[in-house]
Design a protein around this ligand. Structure first.
Ligand SMILES: *Cc1c(COP(=O)(O)O)cnc(C)c1O
Length: 399
């Protein structure tokens, strides 16, 4: 007897292996790199075959707005990595979040969210959904009493982001999921900042996980993409028809780039996060900064929650100089780190959120999340830590 098994279950692989080998579906040519199926539609052996395909009796491909083999490899790989039954992808992170929300609500329903959200998500809640008779409201994410009081009889969906953009606010995902489920609502977690490497919201009770694949999944500043993960039934019932008929489909070319991005994500995110932790300490130690926020630093306001639900601190650091002029002087003195609004890239980037990424918020909304004029958000890349540290020391001196 030997204990050799002819089949290795991909579920048992570590994330680094899953992100390289998950979902791989080779064509008869046996290519090493994933095949890129740049095709709009598919052909059938016979009219009967086309009939069967459209009737759903034959599971083959029909049209790339519905599904595509390269996109499917990307979806299968992500589902494996996240530990989700199913995955669907879209053209951008925002189309994923919009689809995820719109599939759960209809006129008369209510969406509850944490206040600290990506700017475009706030716009969806305050400007867009109310046009269609969907009520929305926000609470302070870390305050569980506000959550308890925030649910209404018609609350159907909860949207949270943890850590949140840009001030890295952390919310207790498990506690919020418990409250939401007791109130009959489904929970969507935007997991962009934590990545699947450091946080698995489904294991904390979330129903849906969304990503902007534009960020760490690509990780090299090339293409946009969005991801929706959850169980078969929910994704099928809530999103299948919306995706088919509204058409936010991910391009197969972009899916192919993102497949290659996933292969190095574990390596990149761990290294970037290690560097971010070191730079966070350097920035916090400077007399020029008033507050530095990094989820796994002991002085983070939600450190205990972060430690419980995250296995790494993330690739982002936020810090406050107290005045916009000082933040601008810091940014303008950087020589390696770019001034850019993107994040999760191999290139380090810093930005002044109040005048860029969070400009669409009103001054009051920014004040409510503590985003005053002196904040800078740093996305730490893959450059050598000593070079980045020197660049930051120089910029701090210039403040
Ligand atoms: C970038 C981002 C989004 C939006 O993703 P896009 O791909 O730019 O549409 C949503 N949520 C968070 C947290 C983000 O950082």
């Amino acid at each position: 007897m030997s204990d050799f098994s002819p089949f290795e279950s991909p579920d048992s692989w570590a994330p680094a292996t899953q992100a390289i080998r998950g979902g791989l579906n080779r064509s008869p040519f046996g290519e090493t790199a994933e095949a890129l199926y740049l095709t709009q539609s598919f052909v059938y052996d016979s009219a009967e075959g086309a009939n069967a395909r459209f009737a759903g009796e034959d599971p083959g491909y029909i049209y790339s707005r519905y599904a595509n083999p390269t996109v499917k490899m990307f979806e299968d790989r992500l589902a494996l990595l996240e530990g989700a039954e199913n995955c669907r992808t879209t053209a951008s992170g925002m189309s994923a979040i919009f689809t995820a929300l719109s599939g759960l609500v209809r006129a008369g329903d209510h969406i509850l969210a944490s206040r600290a959200l990506f700017g475009s998500c706030r716009w969806l809640l305050t400007e867009y959904f109310p046009r269609f008779g969907v009520e929305t409201s926000v609470v302070d994410g870390p305050d569980l009493t506000q959550w308890e009081n925030g649910f209404r009889p018609n609350t159907k969906a909860v949207l949270i982001e943890s850590p949140a953009n840009p001030l890295l606010e952390v919310v207790d995902v498990r506690a919020i999921c418990d409250l939401a489920h007791a109130a009959g609502a489904k929970v969507i977690v935007d997991n962009v900042f934590a990545t699947p490497i450091f946080q698995k919201p489904l294991t904390l009770g979330a129903d849906i996980v969304v990503y902007s694949a534009t960020k760490h999944i690509d990780g090299q500043g090339r293409v946009m993409g969005g991801v929706i993960l959850g169980d078969f039934k929910l994704l099928d019932e809530s999103y299948r028809d919306i995706l088919r008929h509204t058409g936010p489909a991910l391009s197969p070319f972009n899916a192919w780039i993102l497949l290659k991005g996933l292969e190095t994500m574990d390596l990149r995110v761990r290294r970037q996060s290690d560097t971010a932790a070191q730079l966070a300490d350097q920035i916090a130690d400077s007399a020029k900064t008033r507050t530095t926020l990094y989820p796994l630093r002991k002085d983070h306001p939600q450190y205990e929650v972060a430690k419980r639900q995250m296995s790494g601190g993330s690739t982002l650091v936020a810090f406050d100089f107290g005045q916009q002029a000082k933040a601008f002087r810091f940014l303008n003195a950087l020589k390696i780190i770019d001034i850019s609004n993107n994040l999760g890239d191999a290139k380090s980037m810093a930005v002044h959120p109040p005048t860029t990424t969070h400009r669409a918020m009103t001054e009051d909304q920014r004040q409510e999340i503590g985003l005053t004029e002196g904040w800078v958000r740093l996305s730490v890349g893959l450059e050598d830590v000593t070079d980045l540290s020197r660049d930051i020391a120089r910029a701090l001196d210039a403040v």
